[in-house]
Design a protein around this ligand. Structure first.
Ligand SMILES: [Zn+2]
Length: 418
């Protein structure tokens, strides 16, 4: 226990900062005898002691009881009437407690493979927590992937200076096999009157009737609405929201806002850097749900591939001594030749045992470079010839369960309990 009343003055606890400590002063629950403690926050704290010394009285009946009581107090009076009054634990005071979760000890003999997380049900909370607070980042730019909502766009528009003239638009996509003229007529029948051609408003009727040929890749957008901003006008805000919603719909997820000729794009698709992402859900964080597992190996951590230990069975040999097993034959020996000739040019030590090669050298041996074909190139070649029986036989000799190249996860037992 971090500190107890016996060695410190009672007033000491009054001076502590509840942002740093959970402070319990003079707890008298059950057999506790005016126990005062200061528990550091954001730390993993263990309470130990003899059986009957009051560990549970302190942890559950005092600390957790107070956390729970404060949580209930924070609810509306309507919600509280269903929960009943919770008594304040017998203490002078408790400070710095946050809403709490308690997990009681229980012996689970039913499934020996359960984890702490699963048998305490804490895992369910964690999955939910991660799904809710999880942020998706694009592996390309590292930026956060966000979906723009109608509210986001309306708020963005409303932060513009009052009386700004804005245009809400969306791209006009012409499905393959359909003509622009037909699409324009469709827009007219839907009640739209204008489009933007390269950002300039134009009447749809005029554009549809023009004799001029419109180049194929001309940027045409549907003008959804024109508005003069005024954030305090409630009716206008409704109209804005409506127009933005329409733009997202007609634009298949894209909405553009023009202000001062400047075009700001919004998207309600969960996309970034040209990639579409899946929004985090509880299933993502479940280790035996296909959603949460690696797509390539389905969470097994192993795939059927080239087994490196079969390719280089004896790592005390050097490349020169024939370390690469498939290159030992007379025919395939020609793959080793360029290495023996030009290896030195790329600082590749052909006489050094494979076990003593550094990461860079191994990488070179497997992946090669512009002049040297690596072991992977060799197997790609063999695979391309696998219509021939001798190549298929060769390939089968080196195939095995190998670490999944996509997640590089160590294989784990799939039979674990939820
Ligand atoms: Zn994988």
């Amino acid at each position: 226990m971090p500190s107890s009343h016996s060695d410190l003055k009672d007033t000491y606890y009054d001076t502590l900062d509840p942002r740093e400590y959970i402070i319990i002063k003079r707890a008298r629950v059950n057999n506790l005898k005016n126990l005062s403690v200061a528990i550091p926050r954001n730390k993993f704290v263990v309470i130990t002691g003899l059986s009957g010394s009051g560990k549970s009285s302190l942890a559950f009946d005092t600390l957790f009881a107070e956390g729970q009581r404060m949580y209930v107090e924070s609810l509306s009076s309507y919600a509280r009437q269903f929960l009943g009054r919770m008594e304040k634990p017998e203490v002078d005071y408790i400070r710095g407690v946050s809403p709490a979760i308690a997990i009681e000890q229980k012996v689970n003999t039913r499934n020996p493979r359960s984890t702490v997380g699963t048998s305490t049900e804490l895992y369910d909370y964690l999955k939910l927590l991660f799904a809710r607070i999880g942020k998706t980042r694009s592996p390309v730019s590292g930026k956060e992937v966000k979906r723009d909502t109608v509210t986001d766009v309306v708020e963005w528009i409303n932060q513009l200076p009052v009386d700004s003239k804005i245009i809400i638009a969306c791209p006009l996509t012409i499905p393959t096999g359909r003509k622009l003229k037909g699409e324009l007529e469709l827009l007219l029948s839907k009640g739209y009157t204008r489009v933007l051609v390269k950002g300039e408003p134009q009447l749809i009727e005029e554009l549809a009737g023009t004799k001029k040929k419109i180049p194929k890749n001309t940027e045409i957008e549907i003008l959804i609405d024109r508005i003069v901003t005024n954030p305090t006008d409630e009716d206008l805000n409704y109209r804005l929201a409506d127009s933005v919603q329409t733009a997202f719909f007609e634009g298949h997820g894209d909405c553009f806002v023009y202000s001062d000729k400047k075009k700001t794009p919004f998207s309600d698709r969960f996309e970034l850097d040209g990639m579409r992402f899946t929004e985090p859900s509880v299933n993502f964080f479940s280790f035996n749900n296909p959603y949460g597992a690696c797509r390539t190996c389905e969470g097994f951590g192993k795939v059927l591939g080239i087994d490196t230990d079969l390719v280089i069975p004896d790592k005390t040999l050097s490349l020169y001594e024939g370390a690469v097993a498939p290159w030992r034959s007379e025919v395939m020996g020609k793959w080793a030749q360029p290495w023996l000739k030009h290896g030195a040019k790329y600082d590749f030590p052909i006489h050094r045992p494979i076990a003593d090669l550094n990461h860079k050298e191994l990488e070179l041996l497997w992946n090669g470079n512009k002049d040297l074909d690596g072991i992977h190139d060799f197997f790609k070649y063999v695979e391309s010839k696998s219509h021939k029986i001798q190549y298929r036989v060769l390939l089968s000799r080196y195939r095995g369960r190998t670490t999944c190249p996509d997640c590089r996860a160590p294989a784990f037992v799939k039979t674990r309990d939820m």
